[in-house]
Design a protein around this ligand. Structure first.
Ligand code: ADP
Ligand code: MG
Length: 724
């Protein structure tokens, strides 16, 4: 079979596949949370006192009372086994953006040889996964490699149904025996605590008496690509790296905008409904679905939830998307940039903070008093982004997200805040003094006048900003599609905790002088705008002008690659931030730097090896084969006395030589060892390996435009993007 035979067979299989019929729709109420051991089910199955104690724990984030653990475990097991589960798993979230789990049977062999199913409180509360294979950045020496997992009571247990059976899953934290956080959940919980403490201080100073725990909320919009599994099977790059390392731009790309908000293709719609059914059963409030800008690209967004639960649910959404795609003959690509020249995928993290007594603290509210409080919290966010912008950049730094940031379809790698025209004006006026605490009517009187209604102007959709205020929340738009949302949420909560503490200190000092509350708020806000106003930017973030002024005039940092961004994790002010707020100890922070750097280096090197491999064993042979056919034809014709054009052969020969030479160069570059530091190694990946990989790709993509279709071994962009 010719090379192309594999491709045409794939196309044949796709176009002749049996369609998976859509399932009969079920009532939402009948599906909702049937696979979750939630409060309702706990209440129904637990003694009153046990339930009361557990509920306390869940709402106040207290540790679980050991005396109730056995009763909870038995009820949980009975519920799980009634739903067909024979196994349970402590699910945890290592530093790698993945979800990890270790399965254990409920089986317990008795002395008489009979078996019973058993699940004790001790096992529920604490597990011991063999997590030694997870990168820990030097936090655990291998001789004490074991960490333990402990149930995060604030996130409910659930049943994961797969074709291979059902498993009871228990969301857990993952810690070393010496107490260091080995995962992304522990610091997230700590960051919420820190933010709660600081917000509490501010609210008290604003005169509130009754203040419930302040939590952060998150609603994450997930973009993804679907490609038929038949194509992926013959693309080693998609299979192993999740993105195409080669591929010529198709004649038709996304320039017609005919995919965005167009009708969802039937096969995809059936897939989406299947995903949603699974999510509803898991108590995940899937809310919107639509086509995205690029062909083959889609989006799913759930309704927002408490950050901790939202983060667990986001991990589940990624898992369910991948699993369900397989069932439907697709591969779901969560990579930020699977196709060069085609829009990449992000994950917009919508983030707010609030509580049961004061509501959403990032909502302007309707009264002058609420407005003033809102401006203060909003100001705290502005200060945070200005102080810790490089940390925000580091929190979204991965090899894959680097391909997307600043690529003129995604926000730049410069962190700034977009407020919308009206709110920006208000802050500008605070700075210049035309908002005041005076009764003079030519100015807005804070605490008396009402903020102008913040209408959602067209600019609210400013897609060029990495971090935008959208009415009652901030939207961190630069987060990558394959990332865990925990990292960004940890940074947002922590920097806000720090800012709110600063605000509280300043308010205390102003109020101590006897000034009234609104005057004090004004003074603090003015100070924020004077020191940090440079981070507020409402213009076009894609423009070269912004890239220049942001850096030259405003002193903001442009950190285009992960190699530029991650070293900021080691800066003293970042270390102090995490220590002061109690979110990460210096050792824990250093371990994260090590793990993230290692992940970056590994992914670039794996891709570089793949480039060499594919160039040598697939693209070079195909080009040579075609060249040989061309030159044979020329020779034969010339033997017959016919003078045939030789330009095509010359061109293919030239490009094939380029391909070979650049591949050899890359191969050689890969040999380099003995870097002075991890940072140096990262820079080498960014500045040497990636450009060499691109050089190989340039030759290969040019060859794709020349080599006869039947010789070309790799499924082409137009096939992967348009055939469903
Ligand atoms: P967009 O206009 O960006 O498409 P949507 O209205 O679809 O926004 O919402 C995007 C996400 O923001 C959803 O997950 C939504 O639930 C979430 N969201 C809405 N309000 C808040 C809030 N106050 N805090 C956090 N997330 C929120
Ligand atoms: Mg959005």
């Amino acid at each position: 079979m010719s090379k192309n035979g594999i491709r045409s067979q794939a196309i044949y299989q796709i176009t002749n596949r049996d369609l998976i019929p859509a399932k009969a729709p079920q009532r939402l109420e009948d599906m909702w949370a049937t696979n979750v051991f939630n409060l309702t089910k706990m209440q129904a199955s637990l003694p009153k006192t046990v339930f009361k104690s557990l509920k306390e724990t869940i709402t106040n984030g207290q540790p679980l009372d050991p005396s109730v653990a056995d009763a909870v475990a038995t009820a949980m097991k009975d519920w799980a086994t009634s739903k067909g589960a024979l196994y349970y798993a402590h699910v945890f979230y290592p530093m790698t953006n993945s979800t990890a789990e270790k399965h254990d049977g409920f089986i317990s062999v008795q002395s008489d040889g009979n078996v019973i199913s058993e699940f004790s409180g001790k096992v529920l509360v604490q597990g011991e996964p063999d997590g030694s294979s997870f990168p820990n950045g030097g936090l655990r020496d291998t001789f004490e490699a074991r960490g333990y997992t402990a149930w995060d009571v604030t996130s409910p247990a659930y049943i994961m149904e797969t074709d291979n059976g059902s498993t009871l899953c228990i969301p857990t934290v993952f810690v070393s025996w010496t107490g260091e956080a080995l995962d992304k959940k522990v610091p997230l919980l700590r960051s919420i605590d820190a933010m709660d403490r600081a917000a509490n201080r501010v609210l008290k100073l604003l005169g509130h008496q009754d203040i419930a725990r302040v939590n952060s909320s998150c609603g994450a919009e997930q973009e993804y690509f679907l490609v038929d599994a038949n194509f992926v099977g013959s693309r080693p790059d998609l299979l192993l790296a999740g993105r195409t390392l080669f591929g010529k731009a198709p004649a038709k790309g996304q320039e017609f905008d005919d995919h965005y908000f167009g009708a969802i293709p039937n096969r995809v719609q059936v897939f989406m409904q299947d995903v949603e059914e699974t999510l509803y059963k898991l108590g995940i409030p899937a809310k919107t679905r639509h086509n995205e800008v690029a062909p083959g690209q889609f989006e799913i967004a759930p309704f927002f939830e408490a950050a901790n639960v939202a983060s667990d649910h986001q991990q589940l959404i990624m898992t369910v998307l991948r699993h369900t795609a397989k069932k439907h003959g697709f591969v779901c690509l969560l990579h930020e940039k699977p196709f060069a020249g085609i829009n990449g995928s992000g994950k917009h993290v919508n983030w707010s903070i609030g509580n049961a007594t004061q509501g959403n603290l990032l909502d302007p509210g309707d009264s002058p008093h609420e407005n003033a409080q809102f401006l203060l919290f909003c100001g705290a966010v502005i200060r945070g982004v200005h102080q810790y912008g490089p940390l925000m950049r580091a929190a979204i730094a991965t090899a894959s997200n680097d391909h997307r940031l600043g690529a003129n379809e995604a926000p730049p790698a410069i962190m700034s805040v977009y407020l919308g025209t009206q709110l920006e004006e208000v802050f500008e006026q605070i700075k210049t003094g035309s908002v005041s605490n005076s009764k003079a009517k030519d100015v807005m009187d804070l605490g008396v006048d009402i903020l102008p209604k913040l209408t959602k102007d067209a600019g609210d959709r400013n897609r060029t900003s990495p971090f935008a205020f959208t009415g009652n929340r901030f939207e961190f738009r630069a987060v990558g599609s394959s990332q865990s949302v925990s990292g960004p949420l940890i940074v947002l909560n922590t920097m806000l905790a720090d800012s709110l503490d600063w605000v509280a200190d300043r308010l205390e000092s102003e109020l101590g002088k006897g000034v009234d509350q609104h005057q004090a708020i004004l003074v603090v806000l003015k100070e924020i705008m004077n020191q940090h106003g440079a981070v507020v930017f409402g213009g076009n973030g894609y423009s070269p002008e912004w890239h220049r002024t942001a850096v030259e005039d405003r002193g903001l940092l442009n950190l285009p690659t992960t190699a530029d961004a991650l070293p900021h994790l080691r800066q003293a002010y970042v270390q102090e931030l995490f220590t002061r707020t109690g979110v990460l100890s210096p050792v824990e922070l250093e371990s994260r730097y090590e793990v993230y750097s290692e992940q970056y280096i590994l992914s670039v090197e794996v891709e570089a090896k793949l480039v060499v491999d594919m160039a040598k064993t697939l693209i070079y042979p195909a080009s040579v084969e075609y060249l040989s056919k061309l030159s044979n034809t020329i020779a034969t014709l010339s033997g017959l006395g016919i003078d045939f054009e030789k330009e095509s052969a010359k061109k293919v020969a030239g490009l094939t030589t380029d391909l070979k030479q650049s591949t050899d160069q890359l191969c050689e570059a890969l040999e380099k060892e003995g870097f002075a530091s991890t940072a140096d190694h990262m820079l080498y990946c960014a500045k040497t390996l990636l450009p060499l990989m691109n050089q190989v790709r340039t030759a290969a993509d040019a060859l794709e435009a020349e080599v006869g279709d039947e010789f070309w071994p790799l499924p082409k962009y137009q096939e992967m993007l348009f055939i469903k």
